[in-house]
Structures are given as structure tokens and as C-alpha cells.
Design a protein. Sequence first.
Length: 260
Amino acid sequence: MELGIRGKRALVCAASKGLGFGCAEALAAEGVDLLINARSPGPLEAAARDLAGRFGVEVQAVAADITTPEGRGRVLDALGGAVDILVTNAGGPPPGIWTDWQRQDFIDAIDANMLSPVALMQALVPGMMQRGWGRVVNITSMAVKAPIPVLGLSNSARTGLTGFVAGTARQVAERGVTINNLLPGLHDTDRARALDAAAAEAAAIPLEEARRRREAGIPARRYGTAAEFGAMCAFLCSDKAGFIVGQNILLDGGQVNATL
């Protein structure tokens, strides 16, 4: 399927690896020029060379912490002009239980996983509206549909972002801009492997057994891949997806057991 976005320009956050890289890769395959961001310069620059070499698109790499005002400022300055597509993404806060967290823990989680995406939308969506076309995809979590007890900080912050998007998406759609959220379940990423390791330690079992147990709770009986996730992101960014507004789309292998 031709997605109709060749020649567009995208900002993809946390794109040196994992789900962010999967999204950047899928967009590059469609001919989208990229500015990719992550905190570590080495892996980010390697990802930029890889994408530019394979797909022949322009790829700019800006190493910065997108969850800080300074980092966002560096990325927005580097854009230096119009961007058609925004994919927000940031690592999730640490696991724990409700008695572990103090006020600052919640503030940090909200800054990273709610207010940072909001700030990027506030900076970039007005230009999309002026030009009459734009796509925003926020990578959140299946936890906004089915809260995960050990990820209470993430549950809280990402649900707040979901509420913001629900209202905002319906205010900008008439100007040709869509905002939607992608809700990953367990994918084969560093984040999933870290959670596997924590589960293995807690249960005093081998890492492989911890993963098998978690896979058993997924109807697809496996973790997802970054490529699968990226393909859905690219579709939501396409000119075929202009009637998809303010939605929360699960990519979880059926793990969330819900009718709606």
C-alpha cells in the first residue's frame, strides 16, 4: 500500500532503538525524511547512518533528553522549520508498588510521559494546522486500558496524556491534523527485557522461564516486534488515516482482555 507520505518530514523521539526505531524505520521506508532523537549520541548516530543508507532519506540526529526543557529546545531548534509528523516516545518510569513512590516520583513520571509530549504537540501542531496537514502519534502503553500494578507511575502519567489527547485531537481534526495514541503491550525491547529480569529476580527463576511465563499470558504467545509496531505507526501517519482521530490503538497480541 502506498501511504502517500513520501517527502514528508518527521520528528521521532527515543528512536535509536526499540519501538521508536521501529517507527523511524517504517517511516523512512515510506520516503519520509527524519529528525531522530535519543539521549545517547553513539547509538543514535549509528541508527541515523543505518536509516539514511538503507532508505536514501535525509536523517538528522540530535542527542538530547527530550523530557527536559533544555533537550526539547535543542531538538526544536534543530528542526529549523516545518515538520509534518510527530512521534512522541520516552522511556517509562521504574516499576515498584504504591508504597514506594513519593511526590517527586510522580512529578518525574508526569514530566517525562505526559508533559513532554504535550509540550512537543503545543510547539509543532500549530504549524501543522496552518499548513492543513499533520500527524501525531504518541507511544503510550496498554496500561492505560488495563493498569499494571507494578507500573503505577506509568499508569498515572500515560493516562493523563490520554485524557489530554482525547480533547485536543477533536479540536484540531478539522484543520487536517490527527492525533492518536499507540498502546504497546509486551514487545521484544530493552524495556521488556528489564521487566523480565525483575520478574525473574522476584520469583527466583531463570530469565528464560520468566519470559516464557509472560508470553503465556499473551494470546499470540509471543512478544511483538518493533517492525510490527512501526508498521502501524506509519499507517497512522499516512494520508489513508485522516479519519482516525483521538484513538487508543492496542498492539498487545490480545493481552488486554476487553470487549471494547
